[in-house]
Design a protein around this ligand. Structure first.
Ligand code: FMN
Length: 149
């Protein structure tokens, strides 16, 4: 599922946290498998996020494929990682915390990779992140400067 509510929360050990709707299929799978992956996609995949956000994983055989995203097994963990993702984290579930109507799941990063647009930091001329700007009858995102500006 697309998530905006994620953050790096510790360097040592390397931990990331995601605030999950506990009714989401993704949250249930992550708890059951005690693992999850995070993928950063580029702007070219924006339209697929709309499908991921409006489809419940339990209603289709393979939601990633349904949305047009091929996936493969992680390098270290038995988690699906999106092929062509610009960066990927494979995480084992470290803890979970009930916070209001969401569940904060904390994962320890077991493997991390990024494409060559990332060296010490992202080269945003080569990696155009998806910037979520709201839901108006579908997902909207900042389209970036026009090519001549
Ligand atoms: C841009 C965007 C960000 C989202 N962020 C989150 C999030 O941080 N946590 C969450 O639980 N759901 C979030 N959602 C909603 C889930 O992606 C959505 O409920 C999804 O259909 C759940 O799918 P699933 O039931 O197959 O897991 C977000 C949706 C969009 C469009």
């Amino acid at each position: 599922m697309p998530v905006v509510s994620y953050a790096s929360v510790s360097d040592s050990p390397p931990l990331v946290a995601v605030a999950c709707n506990p009714d989401s299929y993704t949250c249930k799978l992550s708890l059951r498998s005690k693992s999850f992956s995070l993928s950063l996609l580029g702007r070219e995949d924006t339209s697929k996020l709309g499908t991921l956000a409006t489809t419940h994983g339990g209603d289709v055989v393979d939601k990633l494929v349904y949305a047009g995203l091929a996936h493969m097994k992680g390098k270290k963990l038995d988690v699906p990682v999106i092929e062509g993702a610009r960066a990927t984290l494979e995480c084992s579930l470290s803890s979970k915390h009930v916070l209001g109507d969401h569940l904060l799941i904390v994962g320890q990063v077991r493997a991390a990779s990024a494409d060559d647009a990332f060296t010490d930091s992202w080269d945003f001329r080569r990696y155009r992140p998806i910037l979520y700007t709201g839901w108006k009858g579908g997902m909207t995102s900042y389209r970036g400067p026009t090519s001549n500006s």
